[in-house]
Ligand binder design. Structure first.
Ligand SMILES: *[C@@H]1O[C@H](CO)[C@@H](O)[C@H](O)[C@H]1NC(C)=O
Ligand SMILES: *[C@@H]1O[C@H](CO)[C@@H](O)[C@H](O)[C@H]1NC(C)=O
Ligand SMILES: *[C@@H]1O[C@H](CO)[C@@H](O)[C@H](O)[C@H]1NC(C)=O
Ligand SMILES: *[C@@H]1O[C@H](CO)[C@@H](O)[C@H](O)[C@H]1NC(C)=O
Ligand SMILES: *[C@@H]1O[C@H](CO)[C@@H](O)[C@H](O)[C@H]1NC(C)=O
Length: 638
């Protein structure tokens, strides 16, 4: 029999991005039943975000303005749950349905930038001002602590008195209380969840301090950190107070009180033993915490409704099982002798109405924790490659430092290293399209993973063969555009400390400012050099595209490219590095930001290297890999 983890491995061939992740939208379809809650949203995409962040929602149906049914249903966003993950589909003209993006790692974001023309999103109007543009109105909303969404009356608005009015709004749920079609107005949401607020945030937490003020919600959490993350993603929480397990009233232990106030700040706090207080991080600049909780808590039981029970090896295995089962919100792994068989013990997957345990009990022979389904990095065993940054200066890499790096060899009949590449899934390697110029015959390729020193490769060294090469349809050799290719391996790689995938950035990362970036490869270290034996690494700054364009007057630097290099030259990618990774560490996780593509010479002064910008191709990568994983899934079950 195939053990569970093994079976899951074969089903989730591309676990970092697609296992359980379903991004399709279904036009003219409405899901019947399974209703959890309903609200008004301006679009199906926004409805999908609401579904993703709702603890129970797996499916949604949205009725746009054109929907023929009653006016009260227009702009209706219906969030749904289903034990099987599916619901009956009813044909409904104009309706749009789809799945939550839970488990979609790279796509999980509460950030919603769209501006909607011709609709008025209603709520509590708490501030009116005159501004020149809808963007300025959105910025005001982003920088106003209570603002959730806004409506702007354009210059062409029929009533002259209201023209250029910027109305800042809030509501109990953070979504509009209704939506009306009105000409010459535009509406949108605060960009706080895009980490664009300039308000700034308080990261400090205060021991033995309790805030009074209004409670907007109450949840059970194991510690103040989980309480803070929940506050950050709650529509109306500005600050919180957490009552620890030592609090004297038993029924209030582990209670996390989410709070707000009219002024936006708490009233003077009171000293209070066994409490911890702090603030929402939603107004932080540049970066927000992930909407998930990864810590495993020893000695505690998270109580809730039981979803399923299985025997699993280790608490982290139980967490992985919970993460893969999309309805699982949290788990308890029992270590009681009667709950164990050999090295496996009882793993209980659980859920509740609000996504938090209904009770936390201490002193148990058990460990508990949460599903990682909303972690951007997804499954912790796969791409949260948090390898340590080593000492700078040295250029030789060490074992396991860049475990996603592969070496692409061609045997014709002599064998040599041609390009680099990056592992992004069990069967998938991402590289540059130009590596295959004139070399599209599959049998000549040999892919080496988990290799540091090329000179150690012998006839016995195992390698992977290529099943399929997918070159971007619009790759152009003359313009160096769309220089990206996917390699599908014949046999999936087994992940180890020395060969495992790197996270893809998300589409929302196209504007992320990366500060800690590295390139790696076995390429030349000087223009007329030779292939290096030991994998080399270089810490390199990114160069803004406008700057890069000035250095390459004869070429067009498109927004699908990203440049990197030092002004004084000297550090760059060179021949043999092509196809290899430009990686940046962001929020503790390595992301594949670029693919080494081209440059004028190597490390020349004022000539940065040009890389294919991976964030621009995430949808392409998903489309290609999902389509084909589906096929291989069918093959492996046949
Ligand atoms: C909405 O309209 C569709 C026809 O497009 C109809 O089939 C459906 O029953 C209506 N639903 C409700 C709730 O009125
Ligand atoms: C509305 O917000 C602006 C800042 O965006 C502030 O200067 C103004 O005082 C506020 N008006 C009211 C009535 O609160
Ligand atoms: C890198 O490794 C090579 C081969 O082992 C060695 O000759 C060289 O001295 C090393 N360079 C550094 C900077 O450690
Ligand atoms: C390729 O280019 C064509 C024409 O510019 C465009 O319509 C198409 O969407 C592009 N394909 C991809 C996958 O980008
Ligand atoms: C991966 O591991 C399995 C089980 O140990 C083994 O049968 C398989 O050959 C391995 N795959 C590769 C590519 O090494």
């Amino acid at each position: 029999m195939v053990p569970f983890s093994q079976a899951a491995y074969f089903i989730c061939l591309f676990a970092t991005v697609s296992c359980g992740c379903r991004t399709q939208l279904y036009p003219n379809v409405f899901f019947r039943g399974g209703d959890v809650t309903a609200m008004y949203t301006p679009s199906a995409r926004h409805c999908q975000v609401m579904c993703t962040f709702h603890p129970r929602c797996l499916l949604f149906s949205f009725l746009p303005a054109s929907s023929p049914n009653g006016t009260d249903k227009r702009f209706g966003c219906f969030l749904k749950d289903s034990v099987t993950g599916a619901l009956p589909r009813v044909p409904w003209t104009g309706a749009i349905s789809g799945h939550s993006l839970k488990q979609c790692g790279h796509r999980i974001s509460a950030c919603h930038r769209d501006i909607y023309e011709g609709i008025d999103m209603r709520g509590v109007n708490f501030n009116v001002s005159k501004v020149e543009s809808v963007e300025e109105c959105q910025k005001r909303c982003t920088n106003s602590i209570h603002c959730k969404f806004f409506t702007y009356a354009r210059q062409t608005f029929h009533d002259a008195e209201y023209r250029n009015n910027c109305l800042l709004k809030h509501s109990p749920t953070g979504t509009p209380t209704s939506i009306k079609v009105i000409e010459n107005v535009a509406s949108g949401f605060s960009l706080k969840s895009c980490a664009l607020s300039e308000i700034g945030c308080h990261m400090n937490m205060f021991q033995h301090t309790a805030f009074s003020d209004v409670d907007v919600a109450r949840v059970i959490t194991p510690d103040a950190f989980v309480c803070r993350t929940i506050c950050t993603y709650h529509p109306n929480c500005l600050f919180f107070t957490f009552y620890t397990n030592d609090w004297n009233i038993e029924s209030e232990r582990n209670v996390c009180l989410l709070k707000t106030s009219k002024s936006g700040t708490p009233s003077p706090p009171a000293p209070q033993e066994n409490t911890v207080s702090g603030y929402s991080l939603l107004t932080c600049k540049r970066t927000l915490p992930e909407p998930c909780h990864s810590k495993v808590y020893a000695g505690v039981d998270f109580e809730g409704e039981e979803l399923s029970v299985s025997l699993v090896k280790g608490a982290s295995g139980c967490q992985e099982t919970c993460t893969k089962m999309v309805r699982c919100q949290f788990f308890t792994y029992s270590l009681l002798p009667e709950d164990c068989q050999g090295d496996k013990c009882k793993c209980s997957l659980r859920l509740s109405l609000d996504g938090s345990p209904t009770r936390i009990t201490y002193g148990m022979q058990a460990s508990s924790g949460y599903s990682l389904r909303l972690c951007r990095s997804g499954d912790s065993s796969v791409c949260t490659t948090k390898s340590n940054v080593r000492i700078m200066g040295g250029t030789n890499s060490s074992w396991g430092e860049w475990p996603w790096q592969v070496s692409l060899h061609v045997k014709l009949p002599a064998q040599s290293h041609v390009c680099g590449g990056s592992i992004i899934g069990g069967r998938w390697v991402l590289t540059a399209a130009h590596c295959f110029d004139g070399l599209t015959f599959l049998d000549i390729w040999r892919i080496y993973a988990g290799i540091l020193d090329l000179s150690e490769i012998t006839v016995e060294t195992p390698f992977s063969r290529i099943e399929e090469i997918i070159i971007h349809q619009n790759y152009s050799t003359t313009e160096n555009t769309n220089d990206i290719a996917l390699i599908k391996l014949e046999v999936p790689l087994n992940y180890t400390e020395f060969q495992k995938p790197i996270c893809l950035p998300s589409e929302d990362d196209t504007n992320t400012i990366y500060t800690n970036c590295w390139i790696t490869g076995w390429g030349y270290t000087k223009e007329r050099g030779e292939i290096q034996n030991i994998l080399k690494k270089t810490n390199i700054p990114l160069v803004p595209n406008e700057e890069c364009q000035k250095r390459y007057r004869e070429y067009k630097i498109t927004k699908q490219m990203i440049c990197a290099g030092y002004k004084e030259g000297g550090k760059d990618a060179c021949k043999g590095d092509s196809g290899g990774p430009l990686v940046c560490k962001h929020n503790g996780i390595w992301h594949l930001v670029g693919i080494t593509s081209w440059g004028d010479g190597c490390g020349r002064r004022d000539q940065p290297g040009v890389y294919t910008k991976v964030a621009e191709y995430v949808d392409w990568i998903l489309e290609k890999t999902q389509k084909r994983d589906g096929q291989s899934l069918m093959k492996s079950t046949a």
